[in-house]
Design a protein around this ligand. Structure first.
Ligand SMILES: NC(=O)c1ccc[n+]([C@@H]2O[C@H](COP(=O)([O-])OP(=O)(O)OC[C@H]3O[C@@H](n4cnc5c(N)ncnc54)[C@H](O)[C@@H]3O)[C@@H](O)[C@H]2O)c1
Length: 361
């Protein structure tokens, strides 16, 4: 039986979410008979967080120094869930020591991502990125629907994606920490930190971007931490589209997407941890509402063939996929190369806004 001892670096909001998913994976016996998975160690610089999470999950090893986990012979896989600034440092150290790595988004700078790729290839380990919407059944289903109905829908013409979220750095609400206000730790604001997920999904659904223009704005006196971004995207498939990303004070966290084809329109509104809603209309035919059950069942039957995976949420599914890639050797859907492309496009958006020009990719 394969041993899979997991270490977790940074156990705040996301670290805790991943710890819960790892424990669920063990308790549900998803890999029973194939691998013995253990949440073996936690590292966090904040001793209160470290002790409370280690006690909660009965984790035998705890430390304030994440690098101890990266070099430990007792650990096989590491989740890096620190604030963004520390992702590259821990991911590269762990990969160089042959550990499989799950690293949260955003990854860091473009050179740092390239260094991660080199470290992964040298260590021959798996590395999955926390672009979690790839494991959200609704987005997954939309991508499949657009491909399956290509003939009925006709050419894609236009896409509108809107994402608004309350300030995630006030230390209140669903984000209890404040580091997202600090450019030295977070690097950028709403587009990089939050809408990197949206860009990833726009690429998944609409294909590659050919050129873009952008307007990035700052309303909250936080250097380099933008709270508004509007992107104009020209896709290689001929469609154009916009992505609007906003951080503001209203107590809301919401996304909505509309896609217009020559013969059809499709709209979806993701749920928080649930599936949300999806409907589409082709020519004069009645509007079709896709049932949540249909989305969930199709996703489960396709994504996790042969595994006993209970219905849950995208964070759980991404952990199952990460474990599966290690245990069964399946490829990681969220590879570093795909994440690099998304980061490069986001960086191009900042340049387009700064220099007030259209950037060709
Ligand atoms: N995939 C998603 O949907 C999603 C959602 C939220 C956050 N994130 C990402 O996850 C990461 C963490 O965000 P969060 O909301 O959990 O932040 P958080 O502040 O809640 O948690 C971060 C934890 O890391 C610890 N930490 C800080 N520096 C450390 C270091 N050098 N070594 C070890 N521990 C350290 C902190 O003490 C804290 O407990 C960020 O990169 C964020 O962008 C992803």
């Amino acid at each position: 039986m394969q041993r899979l001892n997991v270490g977790l670096i940074g156990c705040g909001l996301m670290g805790n979410m991943h710890a819960m998913s790892i424990v669920n994976c063990i308790e549900e016996g998803v890999f029973a008979g194939k691998a013995e998975i253990k949440l073996h160690a936690i590292a966090d610089v904040d001793e209160k967080t470290l002790n409370s999470r280690s006690d909660l999950y009965e984790v035998p090893v705890r430390t304030t120094n994440g690098h101890e986990l990266c070099i430990s012979n007792d650990i096989d896989a590491i989740y890096v869930c620190t604030p963004t600034k520390f992702h590259a440092e821990f991911a590269i150290d762990a990969l160089r020591h042959g550990k499989h790595v799950f690293v949260e988004k955003p990854l860091g700078t473009i050179p740092q991502i390239r260094d991660m790729i080199v470290a992964r290839d040298a260590g021959k380990a798996k590395c999955q990125v926390g672009l979690v919407l790839r494991y959200d059944p609704l987005y997954w289903y939309v991508k499949k629907l657009v491909a399956d109905k290509a003939k009925d829908f006709g050419p894609m013409q236009n896409v509108i994606f809107r994402d608004d979220q309350d300030y995630p750095y006030t230390g209140t609400g669903s984000h209890p920490s404040t580091w997202r206000a600090d450019k030295d730790i977070a690097f950028h604001g709403t587009l990089f930190e939050h809408s990197i997920h949206d860009m990833d999904q726009l690429l998944a659904i609409c294909g590659d971007v050919e050129s873009l223009a952008a307007s990035v704005k700052f309303f909250n006196n936080k250097p380099d931490i933008e709270d508004s971004a509007t992107l104009l995207l020209n896709f290689k498939n001929g469609a154009s589209g916009s992505l609007t990303s906003v951080w503001y004070a209203a107590d809301r966290d919401s996304r909505r997407c509309e896609i217009y084809f020559k013969n059809a329109v499709l709209e979806f509104v993701p749920g928080a941890l649930g599936i949300g809603s999806l409907h589409y209309k082709v020519l004069t035919k009645p509007d079709v509402k896709v049932e949540q059950r249909e989305i969930q069942d199709t996703y489960m039957a396709t994504m996790f063939k042969g595994l006993r995976v209970p219905p849950s949420h995208a964070y759980f599914y991404e952990t199952v996929a990460f474990m599966q890639s290690i245990i069964d050797g399946t490829p990681t859907y969220n590879a570093l190369e795909a994440a690099l492309k998304v980061h490069e496009i986001i960086e191009a958006c900042y340049m387009a806004s700064r220099e007030k020009k259209v950037v060709k990719l």
